[in-house]
Write a protein that binds this ligand. Structure first.
Ligand SMILES: CC(C)(COP(=O)(O)OP(=O)(O)OC[C@H]1O[C@@H](n2cnc3c(N)ncnc32)[C@H](O)[C@@H]1OP(=O)(O)O)[C@@H](O)C(=O)NCCC(=O)NCCS
Length: 136
């Protein structure tokens, strides 16, 4: 990684740690690997990462693993831009899927981008919430 990429990755890592409660914990080495494989899309302004989306192919579908927008700039359309950037990269007709814990505010976000709940499964015992399975 060059210096700019290292700085960009550090900002992604910071956002990921801030929201690990909501988006789940991914160990730093794995996140770094995924970043190098270009499985992380970032939204930046003036060299500052304001949001990122982590995804990867799973069989024929594209799975969104994490999306985080900096708290100071939420509800400004950045999350929507990140998802649209991913959709542009996705093969035509390919499914995009994700899981989202029931009760999170993000459950209001996904339907605005055409995602629908296709099922739900029990979450971890510690959290005691259902996990919604979205698809678009
Ligand atoms: C979910 C998240 C990525 C959304 O990013 P964002 O940039 O704020 O989203 P947008 O501005 O593109 O929102 C688009 C629309 O989604 C809906 N929406 C987004 N956040 C919402 C919220 N907290 N409550 C209700 N509706 C919401 C609104 O309809 C919004 O349009 P509006 O602001 O014109 O009303 C961001 O809130 C975030 O980082 N949350 C913490 C991490 C997280 O929960 N990730 C998802 C786990 S599944």
């Amino acid at each position: 990684m060059d210096l700019i990429a290292v700085e960009r990755f550090d900002q992604v890592l910071r956002l990921s740690k801030q929201e690990s409660n909501r988006v789940g914990f991914i160990p730093e080495p794995r996140l770094r690997r995924e970043f190098c494989r270009e499985c992380i899309i970032t939204y930046e302004e003036d060299g500052k990462v304001l949001g990122y989306l982590h995804h990867s192919p799973i069989g024929k579908e594209t799975r969104i693993h994490q999306i985080v927008v900096d708290q100071s700039v939420r509800r400004c359309g950045i999350g929507s831009v990140l998802v649209r950037m991913l959709i542009c990269k996705t093969p035509l007709g390919g499914k995009v899927t994700l899981r989202c814990r029931d009760g999170l505010e993000a459950n209001h976000f996904w339907p605005t981008l055409g995602f629908e709940i296709k099922g739900a499964r029990p979450g971890g015992r510690a959290r005691g919430r259902m996990i919604n399975c979205y698809e678009r």
